[in-house]
Design a protein around this ligand. Structure first.
Ligand code: ARG
Length: 278
């Protein structure tokens, strides 16, 4: 007689990913280009490294591949790899930063991609990579208002070969799209409606009537700056309300503490750049 064994059904939305990350070896806050950054507040680089390392291990443990780029000493924000480029189906669009303090990160990331065999499309308009370009199964949701120029969106559509939907951000605390919205699975998202203009809010409601919405409380602890593989959602440990809503939708929320990086206005998503080879 055979004993029945428990069969764990595969999570249908899960897809193993490849991420590029940059260790925060030189992390600190020496300038302020968003409301979270205060150079007068001390930072603890060793703690930033430990928190980041936990994120890296977590992603590897979930079955993802993590590649690393060498951090550069004069670029303290280089840890925020999401801003380094946008990659869709093997096509790479280089970033072009709004602020001079981060300008040199764009060629650093572009060189990494070239060295790894990718052709890089140079950007003529200001765009801060996946900070403002979030890729779903069918389209690219593109932020503007604080960093990426609205005029950059057409360039992204051409370079990356996916339709782009522009969304206007209106609250300076949520200066990049990935601080106010996250892609959970191919066509599922979560977002904080008040971060968007009335027009963009209506558009999001039309496109994603079943989206998970976040409260201001969860948005302010960077709960939306989350990394989802379609099943696990790695997000700020303080975003408890949001974690409960995700669990109710059959996602598996996983806590991550990145308090040091939050001093620069960044969270889990900011630390990862997804390399979509397909
Ligand atoms: N200090 C950085 C900046 O203001 C943080 C970037 C966070 N990255 C992100 N993808 N939201 O540019």
């Amino acid at each position: 007689m055979s004993t029945p064994t428990a069969v764990v059904p595969p999570a249908p939305r899960f897809r193993p990913r490849r991420y590029l990350m940059c260790p925060p070896t030189h992390f600190t806050v020496t300038y302020s280009i968003n409301p979270w950054m205060d150079p007068a507040k001390p930072t603890d680089t060793a703690l930033a490294v430990a928190q980041w390392e936990r994120l890296r291990r977590l992603l590897v443990g979930l079955g993802h591949r993590v590649d690393l780029i060498e951090p550069e000493p004069l670029l303290p924000d280089m840890v925020f790899a999401a801003n380094g480029a946008t990659v869709v189906a093997g096509r790479v669009l280089a970033a072009r930063f709004r602020h001079p303090q981060r300008a040199a990160e764009a060629p650093a990331y572009a060189s990494w991609f070239r060295a790894h065999g990718y052709q890089v499309h140079e950007a003529t308009h200001v765009n801060e990579g996946e900070g403002d370009y979030l890729v779903t199964g069918t389209r690219i949701l593109a932020g503007s208002g604080f960093r990426t120029d609205a005029a950059a969106h057409a360039e992204a559509q051409r370079a990356l070969g996916r339709p782009v939907v522009g969304l206007e951000l209106v609250d300076p605390r949520f200066y990049h799209l990935d601080t106010a919205l996250a892609v959970l699975a191919d066509d599922e998202i979560m977002y904080y409606p008040e971060a968007f203009s009335a027009h963009s809010r209506r558009l999001l409601q039309e496109l994603y009537p079943d989206a998970v919405t976040a409260t201001e409380e969860d948005a302010l602890v960077f709960g939306l700056n989350a990394v989802s593989d379609g099943h696990h959602v790695v997000l700020s440990a303080q975003a408890v309300g949001l974690a409960a809503r995700l669990a109710a939708r059959d996602y598996v929320p996983i806590d991550i503490e990145l308090s040091e990086l939050l001093k620069s206005g960044g969270g889990a998503k900011c630390c990862t750049l997804e390399v979509r080879d397909r």
